[in-house]
Design a protein around this ligand. Structure first.
Ligand SMILES: NC(=O)c1ccc[n+]([C@@H]2O[C@H](COP(=O)([O-])OP(=O)(O)OC[C@H]3O[C@@H](n4cnc5c(N)ncnc54)[C@H](OP(=O)(O)O)[C@@H]3O)[C@@H](O)[C@H]2O)c1
Length: 341
């Protein structure tokens, strides 16, 4: 009799364990926002685990998520006309992780398999990577650089893709050209400097006093301390200005361009009329996901041509602190959230 009861208890225990395991697989820890606002709207909480809904999608176990200004701009509601996000929203569009689930079949093209270590900029119109799991499109994925651990790999995708697309797609930068990069010590800037040097350009870049040595280490030919010098007194005959600051920095940049040069901004659209009048080109560049370009970037990193700098690594629960730091506008390299040990 007692054995029977024991057996029943064991059986019941096994069933409830099974139930709780399956309940766990339906949920995950994530940082979500339920309305726009300051860092206090970031909530670390349980959320439904996303499901793969199409053969072109991949479920990723997130190990680390890069923090970018776009994250707090979305959180504040500045991007609401561009991306019609629904609440609750998981921010964070920069990640490194491991393939957890992928549908076999022709649509997946066999590029990835379960267990692959990957990195990505997922579609910023969908949920992001401040979570244990994310579903991304296969076209947004690449194998992560082998030489980087996840926390460093997560610092790369958004900054490097944006820099790549601005310099080489929009800017058509070629060897020997002169480029001025505003904000050369930040997330996009420190990658843009290295990519421009790799291409053979002559690089001028701005940052404050504390980051002058960093600019030199990154290979900048003419570092400019914007707190002590007017960049337009130093920079002349520039082929390409990469504006990562906007405002009066952008406005003062026209005068440094040579005839036929280009002013590209990632922050605010430069005046096309002014560009026309001055005989230069001007454009706003919006970065977009590209697994193919991320694969090229991974190759550059593994061949030691490009190295991300990570200023701070914080656990996912400290996301509010990460946003406060990013929002200060003085990040040196990148801030990364560690999602899995
Ligand atoms: N359009 C797109 O697709 C796209 C993509 C990525 C980023 N963005 C935008 O591009 C901007 C830069 O992004 P990020 O990730 O590089 O930002 P970030 O990491 O926050 O940039 C911080 C860097 O900017 C430097 N800085 C601040 N004020 C400066 C000034 N007046 N002159 C020169 N440098 C200055 C700081 O150097 P000091 O501390 O030495 O001052 C710091 O190292 C953000 O507005 C972001 O939203 C747009």
């Amino acid at each position: 009799m007692s054995r029977t009861i024991e057996a029943i208890i064991k059986h019941t225990g096994a069933t409830s364990e099974k139930k709780s395991a399956s309940a766990t697989s339906q949920t995950m820890k994530a940082v979500r926002i339920h309305n726009f606002g300051g860092p206090e709207v970031l909530q670390y909480e349980d959320a439904p685990r996303p499901q793969v809904a199409a053969a072109t999608e991949v479920l990723i176990r997130v190990y680390a998520a890069g923090v970018n200004p776009i994250d707090w701009k979305v959180r504040e509601g500045y991007m609401k006309d561009l991306w019609p996000h629904k609440f609750p929203l998981i921010p964070g569009w920069d990640l490194s992780g491991v393939v957890e689930e992928i549908e076999p079949g022709p649509a997946a093209a066999g590029r990835f398999k379960k267990g692959d270590e990957v990195y990505s900029v997922p579609d910023p119109a969908r949920d992001g990577a401040y979570a244990e799991y994310i579903v991304v499109r296969e076209s947004e994925l690449a194998l992560k650089p082998k030489s980087l651990h996840h926390v460093h790999a997560a610092a790369v995708p958004l900054a490097a893709l944006t820099a790549w697309q601005a310099l080489f797609d929009a800017g058509q930068l070629v060897s020997g050209q002169r480029i001025l990069i505003h904000g050369g010590s930040g997330g996009v800037g420190h990658v843009a400097v290295q990519l421009a040097k790799w291409k053979g350009a002559h690089v001028l870049a701005t940052a404050s006093t504390k980051n002058q040595e960093l600019l030199r280490e990154l290979g900048v030919d003419e570092p400019i301390d914007y707190t002590k010098q007017k960049f337009e007194d130093v920079a002349r005959d520039v082929d390409l200005v990469l504006d990562l600051i906007g405002g009066e920095t952008q406005e003062r940049s026209w005068s440094v361009l040579k005839n036929g040069g280009a002013l590209l901004s990632l922050v605010q659209p430069p005046s096309v009329e002014k560009a026309k009048a001055l005989g230069v080109r001007a454009a706003f560049v919006a970065g977009h996901p590209s697994g193919a370009q991320l694969a090229e970037i991974a190759h550059l990193i593994d061949s030691r041509k490009l190295k991300p700098i990570v200023e701070r690594i914080l656990p996912l629960v400290e996301v509010r602190r990460a946003h406060e730091l990013s929002q200060s506008g003085h990040t040196r390299g990148k801030i990364v959230l560690r999602v899995k040990e």
